[in-house]
Write a protein that binds this ligand. Sequence first.
Ligand code: NA7
Length: 293
Amino acid sequence: MRVAFLGLGIMGQAMASNLAKAGHEVTVWNRTPGTMVEGAAVAPTPAAAAQGAEVVWLCVSDTDAVQQVIFGKDGVEASLGEGMIIADSSTISPSATVKFAERVAAKGVAWVDAPMTGSKIGARDGTLVFIVGGDEGPIERLKPLFAAMGKKIFRMGETGKGQATKLAMNLQIALIFEGFAEALTLATKLGVDAQQLLSLIESTMVRSGVVEYKAPFIMQRDFTANFPLRLMHKDIRLTLEAAKEARVKLPGLETVEEIYEMATEDGHQDLDYAATLTLLEKWAGVQVKGKAA
Ligand code: NA7
């Protein structure tokens, strides 16, 4: 398929590369020029990339970035035509998604929100899980593209429901990780070996995908970004906004948001969100490590 891929960050570059490898005709654009994708053409603007494309796939930071890329100066809107599909893998506001979709629908363009989970490694290996909202027809047409970048897609309902579900997923990741980080900090302070605690977790119902994924990085004190703290913080804020719009109270997430705020003040925004652990460690006056470390 002819695909315009816009946004070549940690996730986008790997995703566009997998599309090109699968034989699709890919044209890429990134706000900051210079990022290349093997096998893909480069366009100078979003409008130029989208010219003649069947699908415009986005993977940019946040709601404002999506708005600018689609509706801003030199935006995709100028190149939209009947039958095109916009697929958005950025994690953004569900209510803004619905508004964006309504605006492009006037030109006969379908909007599929397709945020994903699987992190940097999933993007690289083409094993992302897509959490999708939109009409069944366009989603069906996108199947070869989903297959090139991911291992599974879950259609959660109409446009916007993918984003709503993604927020509900990241809410859990943030809270599960916070529980894990607090447990590690307390156990360490009380003299329990972290590696032994991990072995116990693995053998009990406390085990989780989040813990399994993050534990090796923590034990090696590797806080380089798989999923940057600033983006998890953005998702937490989006979730709290969506909750406010829907008049839902999320007291646990509100507290965790403050920790991300303080981690940002400490300059950790470009590290992995696992670096929130270092705040708890600082307050407790300990550092989590196994006997071998
Ligand atoms: P990154 O690595 O921070 O990449 C963000 C991308 O978004 C990058 O290409 C940015 O371009 C682009 N960006 C940011 N703001 C804008 C604006 N205003 N206009 C155009 N492009 C913009 O994030 P990830 O790849 O990890 O994640 C992307 C999304 O997936 C995000 O929503 C996550 O929550 C999930 P730059 O190179 O800075 O010029």
